[in-house]
Design a binder for this molecule. Structure first.
Ligand code: 13P
Length: 252
């Protein structure tokens, strides 16, 4: 089955009112010149949701967020609920990004609960999984990503068909060191098999690759049969690079 490609930018903790407007104006201009052959989204910092929603209105780019509370509402200072994200038109939300696992102690069960909360509010969780360099070198890559995804699949049951997954090897994030297309494909194929085995309806969920994806290497990665898109960090902050990555889906 041919799955539509999906390119999502993760702005991380970058941006500003003026910078956001300039970036999205340049990306919008590029997309008007050449209609995208893929779905496009940007996951922005919480304070900019309202601004970016307005900037994206009427266009093809979908709004995303980078994190969500696992709780529905209440006394959770500093948290943002899925209901709030939905009110701002958020369509996608990252959960379990490696930076959250690493710096904020997010365990597999927390990631799963966040995914569940998002689905209640009609937002697609983009579940991030990936091994560290040490885990890869110890031959644990498959076991680590299977454990991370497995926790989500176990909690969601048949709703697993409504998620997206991003494979982001930790050693490739922000390092300029990308997984080879073969390395990434291998993990994606294993994730696809795990999804299909857990829930037949989940066999075709979008599987994105992330980790130093850029204008030069995107086409080769995206040409792999089980790589359905990209989750782009640094290169999503530069309009020409992001547009080139989006453009590389035209020939696939
Ligand atoms: P880079 O593209 O900057 O390596 O970041 C990848 C990432 O973490 C996207 O979520």
């Amino acid at each position: 089955m041919k799955r539509q490609k999906f390119i999502a930018g993760n702005w991380k903790m970058n941006g500003g009112l003026q910078a956001n407007a300039e970036l999205l104006s340049a990306i919008g201009e590029g997309l008007r010149a050449q209609a995208p052959a893929c779905r496009v989204a940007v996951a922005v910092p919480m304070p900019y949701l309202a601004q970016v929603r307005q900037l994206l209105a009427g266009g093809a780019i979908e709004l995303g967020a980078q994190d969500v509370s696992r709780h529905e509402k209440g006394a959770f200072t500093g948290e943002t609920s899925a209901a709030m994200l939905a009110e701002f038109g958020v369509r996608h939300c990252l959960v379990g990004h490696s930076e959250r696992r690493q710096y904020h102690g997010e365990a597999d069960a927390v990631v799963a609960a966040k995914a569940q909360r998002l689905l209640v509010h009609g937002i697609t969780p983009i579940v991030c999984v990936g091994e560290t360099l040490g885990e890869r070198e110890a031959g644990q890559t498959d076991a680590v990503v299977a454990r991370q995804l497995g926790a989500v699949l176990a909690l969601l049951g048949s709703d697993a068909a409504r998620i997206a997954v991003a494979y982001e090897p930790v050693w490739a994030i922000g390092t300029g060191r990308t997984a080879t297309p073969e390395q990434a494909q291998q993990v994606h194929a294993a994730l696809r098999a795990q999804l299909a085995g857990a829930q037949p309806g989940a066999a075709n969920v979008p599987l994105l690759y992330g980790g130093s994806m850029n204008a030069a290497n995107a086409a080769d990665l995206l040409a792999q049969p089980d790589i359905d898109g990209g989750l782009i960090g640094g290169a999503a902050l530069k309009a020409p690079d992001f547009l080139k990555i989006i453009g590389s889906t035209h020939d696939l």
